[in-house]
Design a protein around this ligand. Structure first.
Ligand code: LLP
Length: 433
């Protein structure tokens, strides 16, 4: 049996394993629904990014894990121990990282509408750079920095005008986007002029992120060219050197067997080549490069385990397999129609002979994990594993229908440990008065 992630296998009992750990035993030990993360896969993915940026761009690059994909203290500790920096987008993600002992100097702070509280906190803890999204933020940050007697490094978030081929909700590089300064209209250049004159912030770099789950490398090459041309314009017209270029994240991963993402090494080789050529042609120094992968580090490392509660066959229409989770822990199908591979974990040796709809337990019909999914014959009591769920599932989970958020467990060489506890009923009413 082949699975989408190479950390998945079948043991002698016919049970699905992740990172060598029996998933049926995990379900019995911790209960379901359960998020399971394989530590070694997270580490391997971090190293793959680190190694290729070193190989193709030398010591002039750094990988920042986009923590929105999966933010919890244990994940911060693991990526931090691999030497990565972090991308955080809210005071909550910053706080999680700080409490996990993450070095703030290696954090880039994002967001299209950071509050003053968030900006003050970021300046106070000394994040490596704040990625400023709009001019009002620049003004507010100037004031906050002055009050604190600090001079934070900033980058400007730029819309490079690139339209990547991905879902509309996760496209961000085009001019019609809520993120960043537009190049075409001159807005970005005007902002740079203003920032160069600012006393309390230091304009260090420019940033772009063109979207997420992108398979094609060409839009990244295009974005790098556009950004370097902008850096050259700033040098030529303002005599100001932009030292950092952040190219964002968005590298596609394999959710289904037919997905065929390029290895990251190929991405880095091609982008590094474009950067070197462009810098030569434009007569500018090579900038320090940052990339911000989230999904490609976390997603393949994770699965979600559920218990089947009911099987409902509607003749000539479809078969529903109802599980103990829902859109509250797995929101990507109802949000984007995202497809996943599923396996009956306790029958992982058997062929997937059926096509079923896996349904959640929330009170609405759209609450599905997927439709027309190939699956082994599943009945009440079976354990279902949904694969490659390590990114944007726990991090986007909710308490809809007052459901308790599942636990997050990390496995490593057959051992397992809790990273985030399952919510209790008292957690559900914790803030009620
Ligand atoms: N950098 C910035 C500025 C971003 O906005 C994002 C993602 C990333 C990096 C990381 O992108 P990644 O490597 O993970 O694709 N909830 C959606 C994805 C939203 C992505 C938002 N920004 C999903 O579940 O598909």
């Amino acid at each position: 049996m082949e699975f989408v992630s190479d950390n998945l296998n079948v043991n002698e009992k016919g049970n699905l394993t992740i990172g060598g750990t029996d998933t049926v035993e995990l379900a019995a030990k911790y209960g379901t629904p359960l998020y399971v993360m394989d530590e070694q896969t997270v580490r391997t993915n971090c190293r793959r990014f680190n190694d290729s940026i070193k190989k193709f761009y030398g010591d002039m690059g750094r990988v920042h894990y986009a923590s929105k994909a999966l933010s919890c203290m244990e994940m911060c500790r693991i990526v931090g121990s691999e030497g990565l920096g972090l991308d955080a987008v809210s005071i909550g993600e910053l706080y999680t990282a700080v409490k996990a002992g993450f070095d703030p100097a290696k954090i880039g702070f994002h967001g299209n509408n950071k509050t003053n509280e968030e900006l003050s906190y970021a300046v106070e803890i000394g994040v490596g750079h704040i990625i400023v999204d709009n001019i009002s933020e620049l003004h507010r940050l100037e004031k906050i920095a002055e009050e604190q007697g600090k001079k934070p490094h900033i980058m400007f978030r730029i819309k490079p005008g690139i339209d990547a081929h991905t879902h509309d909700f996760v496209k961000t590089g085009q001019i019609d986007s809520k993120f960043g300064f537009a190049l075409e209209t001159g807005e970005a250049f005007e902002a740079v002029k203003e920032a160069v004159a600012c006393k309390n912030v230091e304009l260090y770099g420019v940033h772009c992120h063109i979207g997420s789950q992108i398979f094609d490398i060409a839009p990244f090459e295009e974005a790098a060219k556009v950004m370097l041309t902008f850096i050259a314009k700033i040098k030529n017209e303002l005599d100001y050197e932009i030292k950092g270029l952040n190219l964002g994240g968005g590298f596609g991963i394999k959710y289904l067997n037919e997905h065929d993402p390029q290895p990251f090494e190929v991405f880095m080789e091609r982008v590094a080549k474009v950067v070197a050529e462009q810098c030569g042609a434009l007569n500018i120094s090579r900038p320090f490069i940052y990339i911000e992968p989230g999904r490609s580090i976390a997603a393949p490392a994770g699965i979600t385990l559920y218990t089947v509660g009911a099987r409902k066959e509607i003749p000539n229409i479809r078969t529903y397999i109802s599980i103990d989770g829902s859109m509250a822990d797995s929101p990507r199908y109802i949000l984007y129609g995202s497809e996943y591979e599923a396996v009956v974990a306790n029958k992982a040796n058997e062929e997937r002979t059926e096509r079923v709809t896996i349904a959640g337990k929330c009170c609405e019909s759209g609450d599905l994990i997927g439709e027309n999914m190939p699956l082994q014959h599943a009945e009440a009591g079976d354990i279902i594993a949904v694969c490659a769920t390590g990114a944007y599932n726990y991090s986007m989970s909710s308490n809809y229908n007052r459901l308790q958020k599942p636990a997050v467990v990390f496995v490593n060489n057959g051992e397992s440990r809790i990273a985030v506890k399952r919510e209790t009923l008292d957690d559900i009413i914790r803030n009620d008065v």
